[in-house]
Design a binder for this molecule. Structure first.
Ligand code: UTP
Length: 291
């Protein structure tokens, strides 16, 4: 079995749900306390042993490239003024992994964004980390998927149960429990529009580990739900043909493509933050008295 060392982060969506914040600022760059959302995602991949990361961007998202680049003038100024902690934090983002960028020239959907990664991926297995899904976990979710892939040799999907009233906004999977948090996934539907189409409340959320078998399927895939080329429709073909493993992952997911998700990520991360955690907790407790 090939070692998993590559990851793709699709970050070329329009971010409609968080406009106007995402009009000029990519939603992936919105800060969670002191780091942009996408840095948490790159850190997760690096912590799982990923060495090469392709970030799919589009025009207007150039500051993502700047963020992961070196900044010699700033670095020198911080060194000269003895601000070592800031220097280290600035250096950190440029040293996490080998990061490559590619533009998705038309916003045709997540499936099309992944198809853009074909040359980068070659014949290797790769992890997909959705650019607007930050998942906090002591055990990086990308690593949880890699372990499942190493055990079963099939594509692996990060899954979670979603609310019955919300399943029409997500994918719905046909699942059978294997053991613990691992499931066999044999079918799925993207955005079921009537209750009879719902296969279960389990949905693919934020992470999956795919093989290059996905590309011939994506190449000929017609547009699906919402008129977009849906990654789920391609994964469905692989799951029906070869089977897939669902990993009900350990971790707290924040949807940085939604206003509520952005606020939940900020509040919960601030409470745990080494510098401001205690002060922020006091502030929140005081504030909550008048809610
Ligand atoms: P989403 O559907 O959550 O992102 O796609 P979006 O399209 O930006 O959302 P709204 O509806 O406009 O608010 C999941 C991931 O796929 C990326 C997004 O950036 C996000 O990380 N994506 C989506 C692409 O890279 N390209 C696309 O054409 C669509």
């Amino acid at each position: 079995m090939k070692k998993v060392t590559k990851a793709v982060i699709p970050a070329a969506g329009l971010g409609t749900r968080v406009l106007p914040a995402s009009k000029a600022m990519p939603k992936e760059m919105l800060p969670i306390v002191d780091k942009p959302a996408i840095q948490y995602i790159v850190e997760e991949a690096a912590a799982a042993g990923i060495e090469d990361i392709l970030i799919i961007t589009n025009r207007g998202k150039g500051i993502i490239e700047d963020h992961f680049d070196r900044t010699p003038i700033l670095e020198e100024a911080l060194m000269k003024s003895g601000k070592r902690d800031f220097y280290d934090s600035v250096m950190e983002s440029s040293e996490l992994a080998n990061i490559y960028f590619l533009r998705q020239k038309e916003t045709k959907g997540l499936g099309h964004a992944i198809y853009c990664a074909k040359s980068f991926v070659g014949d290797d297995p790769f992890v997909v980390l959705y650019g607007d899904d930050v998942i906090m976990s002591d055990d990086p979710v990308a690593g949880q998927l890699i372990r499942a892939y190493n055990e079963y040799g099939k594509i692996c999907l990060g899954i979670k149960s979603v609310d019955e009233n919300a399943i029409h906004k997500y994918s719905s999977l046909k699942v059978d429990l294997i053991r613990d948090n691992l499931f066999s996934v044999t079918d799925m539907i993207e955005k079921p529009d009537t209750p009879d189409k719902v296969m279960s409340l389990y949905s693919i959320l934020g992470r999956c580990l795919l093989t290059s078998d996905i590309f011939p399927i994506l190449e000929n895939l017609p547009a699906g739900a919402g008129g977009e080329i849906q990654l789920t429709d391609a994964i469905k073909v692989l799951a029906q043909r070869d089977g897939a493993i669902g990993v009900d992952f350990y971790g707290k997911r924040y949807d940085m493509g939604s206003k509520l998700g952005i606020m939940q990520a900020a509040v919960e991360t601030a409470l745990k933050h080494s510098e401001i955690g205690n002060d922020f907790r006091e502030y929140l407790v005081e504030l909550a008295k008048n809610l």
